[in-house]
Design a protein around this ligand. Structure first.
Ligand SMILES: [Ca+2]
Ligand SMILES: [Ca+2]
Length: 337
């Protein structure tokens, strides 16, 4: 039996290598991209394509594999059909965007996006209507008035992700919002959402804003944050929520095993009290936040202070195993010994 099994495995391996593009889960193809890539379809590993080209050409079932390196984006990277855009875990590609939104994940195709480092002077990720999983992203933006990670009307999951806003105005780290009758839930797991403000402007770590459009609308919204660090600055707060509009709307922001000091709720908003349950208020300690290094120091209160979750990720934002030490940490980073 043994030689036969070996031969079968070898044949399968040969078939895989001979294939022009690697079939992805769900029946699609994998399109490889590289910073110097200029290849035609099918964008195989030996002749990778340019990032924008592959993202434009990919269909719903395809995935784009972003090989390590630095990508200077010529405009917003608009993902409106690719099923997934993924870097390499532990060796994330670096996308530099300039003055425009770095990644716009649009439409109902629900792209999954992972393992990217994104820098922009505007927003990092704008993902309306998407139910995808966004994970292991390190997004640093500087938009004065927008969230670095903006997920309006997106019933998805943001996890193991860093969202930093360095804008000097009313900046936001993570923004969740909806207009009208939207009543989906949104979930943050192991997110570090930080808005830095050197001025008196209101910078919020997490901002959730929901509004009805008609008086007969009855909408209940839920935002769940677990194992997350949410920090604002200036005249802002760490977790802000509001409802508005002519209808009847509630917003429930539930935080568990998370790190935040203060909240502000307006309208029919309820927000978990800082320090209640297993939530903590002590200042998290990062390696070098001035250089956007939001890995934890060993002395940070966030180490081993998180808990389990139904959609807990398997790895942290730099590719370390998600659970090391006594238990999961709070925030995008897991402290590796
Ligand atoms: Ca741990
Ligand atoms: Ca780590």
């Amino acid at each position: 039996m043994r030689p036969i099994a070996f031969a079968a495995a070898l044949a399968a391996g040969t078939a895989l290598l001979a294939s022009p593009a690697v079939a992805a889960a769900g029946g699609g193809e994998t399109l490889f991209v590289d910073p110097q890539g200029n290849g035609p379809l099918p964008c195989d590993r030996a002749d990778p394509c340019a990032l924008e080209f592959a993202v434009d050409e990919a269909s719903d079932a395809d995935r784009v594999r972003v090989l390590p390196g630095r990508y200077e984006l010529e405009g917003t990277l608009t993902i409106d059909s690719a099923g997934a855009v993924r870097g390499v875990r532990g060796r994330p590609a670096r996308l530099v965007a300039g003055d425009f939104i770095a990644v716009h994940a649009s439409s109902s195709t629900s792209p999954g996006i992972s393992d990217l480092v994104v820098r922009s002077r505007s927003q990092g990720l704008f993902a309306p209507f998407s139910s995808g999983v966004f994970e292991r992203l390190r997004l640093v933006g500087a938009d004065d008035n927008q969230a670095t990670c903006s997920v309006p009307e997106a019933p998805g999951v943001l996890r193991d992700t860093l969202c930093v806003n360095r804008g000097g105005g009313p900046a936001v780290g993570v923004g969740v919002s909806a207009l009208g009758t939207y009543d989906e839930d949104f979930r943050l797991v192991n997110v570090t959402g930080v808005a830095r403000s050197g001025t008196s402007a209101a910078a919020d770590g997490l901002s959730a804003s929901f509004s009805t459009l008609t008086s007969d609308s009855v909408v209940d919204n839920t935002v769940i944050a677990r194992n997350s660090i949410l920090r604002g600055g200036g005249a802002g707060t760490d977790v802000q929520g509001q409802t508005s509009g002519p209808g009847t709307e509630t917003l429930d922001i539930t935080l568990a095993r998370s790190n935040f000091r203060a909240t502000v709720g307006a309208g029919n908003t309820t927000i978990t009290q800082p320090g209640s349950g297993r939530n903590q208020t002590a200042t998290p300690r990062f390696v070098r936040p001035s250089r956007n290094d939001y890995r934890q120091r060993e002395s940070s209160p966030t180490v081993d202070a998180g808990g389990n979750d139904p959609v807990l990720g398997a790895f942290d934002f730099e590719g370390d195993p998600r659970e090391l030490g006594r238990r999961v940490d709070i925030g995008a980073d897991e402290l590796a010994g």
